[in-house]
Structure formats: structure tokens, C-alpha cells
Design a protein around this ligand. Structure first.
Ligand SMILES: Cc1cc2nc3c(=O)[nH]c(=O)nc-3n(C[C@H](O)[C@H](O)[C@H](O)COP(=O)(O)OP(=O)(O)OC[C@H]3O[C@@H](n4cnc5c(N)ncnc54)[C@H](O)[C@@H]3O)c2cc1C
Length: 431
């Protein structure tokens, strides 16, 4: 079945995925002489850098999400369809999705990355991840439900299962989650769960290598480690996790930690797309592209963002899988689509590294921007400003800003709701 989209004389660009890359590309193609069709399995853009605040009940999901239809209200040449893309037929120039097929003149793949469990089924089945708003909410619900269970459990050993948390991966996400959890332990638990002894809550951060925030200056890794330890987080470096049975986390050195929640923040990988040839992928399932984001072996298929691997002398393994390469590639590709119509030469992509940063709870962060290095309160202010600026939607910026101010002044946030869906109404399309 063909998905219903008005036919037009304009060439059609189909974008798969409205993440940082896909959304930027679509917006930059607004009012152009192309018909643009964005297909995403969700009807909203997610601001992934703040997922951890949703998981820690610091922000509502709606304040870091933006509906695609609202983003495109004013643009007649942009169409949105909610659908999950299953495969590509390059010869027929069409994609197949769970809602039908869509023809394209140009296809841009920007479906991002997924959690990398390195083939370990136990982690895949039992670990919590925060790679989508749904997963962040699930973690929030579970954590709050576990505190409720812990408060009615009189046996110390059994209580530990509900309270202790292991975070695997000492990159920015792991560090930020650990920082937020330590704040919850210090400021929220003693107020909300007075009968619980917050000291019973153990937060572990396990890192496989000998440095947190690998990729940043080692001094910043050490600073982050010190900040976390000051807040009571148990940081274990050179510690590889090998198994988890839902009760005990097993480490390579024979260690055993009892914890009902293991949060997996140890890296991402990509998914292959059926129909795109094997040779177009590298060993980490990223799609090999040239300097114009064109997929190796195709003339009319492009890849951007986390999914794309554009190798250069400076980036022999492709650009880092963070927001800026995706945003900048989206912009550059839009520019090139326009230049193509104007008969102008295309511009090769050049990445402008705007820096990296991570926050460790209130007042503390580390940041590296354009050769300058900051830590402490000033770095934290930069972190706040950059994330507010990058959020999509004025309403979201205002809501998040006031949430942060409120949280900063009151040390409290009133978002700790356990909302589980138990809708049993059958709502099915008639045959
Ligand atoms: C917890 C977390 C914290 C992060 N923190 C930071 C940070 O602080 N700074 C930073 O720069 N980066 C951060 N990142 C990384 C950053 O979010 C990604 O690099 C960025 O989102 C990549 O953009 P993208 O456009 O390639 O893909 P994404 O933003 O991942 O978007 C992919 C889109 O494709 C859609 N999709 C997926 N599969 C299909 C399909 N089959 N069919 C249809 N649609 C599909 C998804 O719904 C999604 O909308 C973080 C990531 C995570 C998970």
C-alpha cells in the first residue's frame, strides 16, 4: 500500500528520522522547491541530552519533546508521517514502512543509534537504558516504585535490592545520572521518605577504563570523579561488568554487587537497514558516507548524524556520535540540496567542534570549549545556558528554565509521580 502523500511536480526528499540531524535538515528545506517528507516512528523530536533529568524526576517529558507537526505548521512543502521504516528498495526508489511504502527522489537516513549491549543478552533483557523518553519514564516509575517498596520492607538485605543502583559507563550520561541520583539521595529521600535511612542507598558508577569522561582532558575526568565521590557515589574504575541476573551485578574481577537496578550507559551502536548494501556499513554498523554525506555506492541516498561515518584525517573513525555533527550535517546537506537546484558546486562538510561538557549535580560541571577548559560553577552555568539554548521550542526553554530555578531554590521538584498506563480499552481498526 502506498502512503497517502499529495503528488507534486517538486522532487521529493524523504528523511528517515527527525532527530537532531533530520529535524534540522527538514527545517532548513522549508519553503524550498522540494517536497520534503519526514518519517519518524514517533510524532515528536526528543532532546536526548536531558533524558536523564526525566528519569530522575527533574523534568517532565513534555518539556524536552517537540511535536513534529507543530514544527512544520507554517511550511506547505513539508509533510510528516508517523511510521517505522523497515527497508529500502534503492532500485525502485522507495522505502517500506509499517504504514506502507513511500517513493523518493532523494533519501536521507538519519535514524540515529541504539544502545550497545555488546551482544550480552542478560544486559539487554534486564538493564535499564535511557535512549528514549519512554525508557526514561520507565526508569523514573521503577525507581519511585522501588522506594515505595523499600519503605514497607523491614528486612535490611531485601531493602538493598530496592535501593541500590549500579550505573555502568562513566561517560557524560553515566556521570550525569550518578550526579542526579546523589542529589536525590541527599535532598529528596530524607524529605519524601522520612522513615527510610538515605544512607542505605548505595550508588555505584562502574567504568571499564581508568578514567571517567574518556575523550575529555584526564584532569576533567579526575575532577568529575572527585565531585561524585564528595556526593557519596562509589566510583569504581577499571571495572568491567560481565553479567547481571536481576539480583547481582558480576564484575570481571569477581566482584558481586546486589542491586535491583542496573542502568546501562556504556555506549551506542547503529542498526543496519535492509536493502542498503553490506559494503555501505562499517563494523559498527555506521553507514559510510563521502564528504557530502552521500552513502557509498548510491547516488540518491544520504546518511547523517550518529548513523553516518564520514572518515577524514582528523576523524579516522568518523565524527563523534553527539548532537553537533548531526545538526551541522543536516544544515550542510540542506544547503547542498539548494545549491544543486541552483546549479552551484556542492560544499563538502567541515565539522566545527563546539566542545564537550558534563554536569555533576548542582553547581558542578566540567566543560571544554574551543581550547578553553572550565570546571565548577562557571562550567555549570555554561552547561545550563548551552542546553537551554539548544532545546527546541520557546515554551520548552521557558518551562525548563523555571523548573531549574525552582529546583535550585527549593532543592525539591514536585514531579515524582508514578504514572503507569493501564488502559484496557480495545481500539482496533475494523477489517
Ligand atoms: C542519554 C543521552 C544523553 C546524551 N547527551 C548528549 C549531550 O549531552 N551532548 C551531545 O551533543 N549529545 C548527547 N547525546 C547524543 C545525541 O543525542 C545524539 O548524538 C544525537 O541525538 C544524534 O542525532 P541523530 O539525528 O543522528 O539521531 P537521533 O537524534 O537519535 O534521532 C533519530 C530519530 O530517528 C527515529 N527513528 C529511529 N529508527 C527509525 C525507523 N526505523 N523509522 C523511523 N524513524 C526512526 C527516532 O525516533 C529518532 O527521532 C546523548 C544521547 C543520549 C542517549
Amino acid at each position: 500500500m502506498r502512503v497517502n502523500i499529495p503528488e507534486s511536480d517538486q522532487e521529493r526528499i524523504v528523511i528517515v528520522g527527525g532527530g537532531f540531524g533530520g529535524l534540522m535538515l527538514a527545517k532548513k528545506l522549508a519553503k524550498c522547491n522540494y517536497q520534503v517528507v519526514l518519517v519518524d516512528k514517533r510524532n515528536y523530536h526528543q532532546f536526548q541530552p536531558l533524558f536523564y533529568q526525566v528519569a530522575m524526576a527533574g523534568l517532565e517529558p513534555s518539556s524536552i519533546s517537540f511535536p513534529f507537526r507543530k514544527a512544520f505548521q507554517r511550511f506547505d512543502n513539508i509533510y510528516f508521517r508517523i511510521g517505522e521504516v523497515q527497508n529500502v528498495e534503492p532500485e525502485a526508489k522507495r522505502i517500506n514502512t509499517d504504514i506502507g511504502h513511500i517513493n523518493f527522489d532523494h533519501l536521507v537516513l538519519g535514524y540515529g543509534a541504539k544502545t550497545n549491549f555488546f551482544g550480552n543478552k542478560a544486559f539487554e533483557e534486564k538493564a535499564f537504558t535511557i535512549k528514549s523518553t519512554g525508557q526514561a519514564l520507565n526508569l523514573r516509575n521503577t525507581m519511585l516504585s522501588d522506594y515505595e517498596q523499600a519503605i514497607i520492607e523491614s528486612d535490611f538485605e531485601k531493602r538493598q535490592w530496592f535501593l541500590d543502583i549500579v550505573i555502568v559507563g562513566g561517560g557524560p550520561t553515566g556521570v550525569e545520572v550518578a550526579g542526579a541520583l546523589s542529589e536525590m539521595k541527599k535532598y529528596i529521600l530524607p524529605k519524601d521518605y522520612k522513615e527510610l535511612d538515605a544512607k542505605e542507598v548505595d550508588i555505584y558508577l562502574l567504568q571499564g577504563s581508568d578514567q571517567l569522561l574518556q575523550g575529555m582532558d584526564p584532569k576533567h575526568g579526575n575532577t568529575a570523579e572527585r565531585y561524585l565521590k564528595e556526593r557519596g557515589v562509589i566510583v569504581k574504575k577499571n571495572t568491567r561488568v560481565v553479567d547481571y541476573d536481576g539480583e547481582f551485578v558480576i564484575t570481571k574481577d569477581g566482584g558481586k554487587i546486589k542491586a535491583g537496578k542496573l542502568i546501562w550507559a556504556a555506549g551506542v551502536t547503529c542498526s543496519r537497514m535492509d536493502g542498503i548494501s553490506e559494503e555501505s556499513f562499517n563494523s559498527r554498523n555506521r553507514i559510510l558516507v563521502d564528504d557530502f554525506n552521500k552513502v557509498k555506492g548510491y547516488d540518491d541516498i544520504y546518511a547523517i548524524g550518529d548513523l553516518a561515518c564520514m572518515m577524514s584525517e582528523e576523524y579516522p573513525y568518523g565524527h563523534p556520535q553527539v548532537a553537533q555533527p548531526a545538526i551541522q550535517q543536516g544544515k550542510n546537506l540542506a544547503l547542498n540540496f539548494k545549491r544543486r537546484q541552483q546549479g552551484k558546486a556542492l560544499k563538502p562538510f567541515k565539522y566545527r567542534d563546539l566542545g564537550t561538557m558534563a554536569t555533576i549535580g548542582r553547581n558542578k560541571a566540567v566543560a571544554e570549549i574551543g581550547g578553553f577548559k572550565f570546571k565548577g560553577f562557571f562550567a555549570w552555568l555554561i552547561w545550563l545556558f548551552v542546553h537551554l539554548y539548544a532545546l527546541i521550542g520557546t515554551r520548552n526553554k521557558i518551562v525548563v528554565f523555571f523548573n531549574w530555578i525552582w529546583n535550585y531554590m527549593t532543592y525539591d521538584q514536585s514531579l515524582r509521580l508514578i504514572i503507569n498506563s493501564n488502559n484496557e480499552v480495545k481500539h482496533e481498526k475494523p477489517e
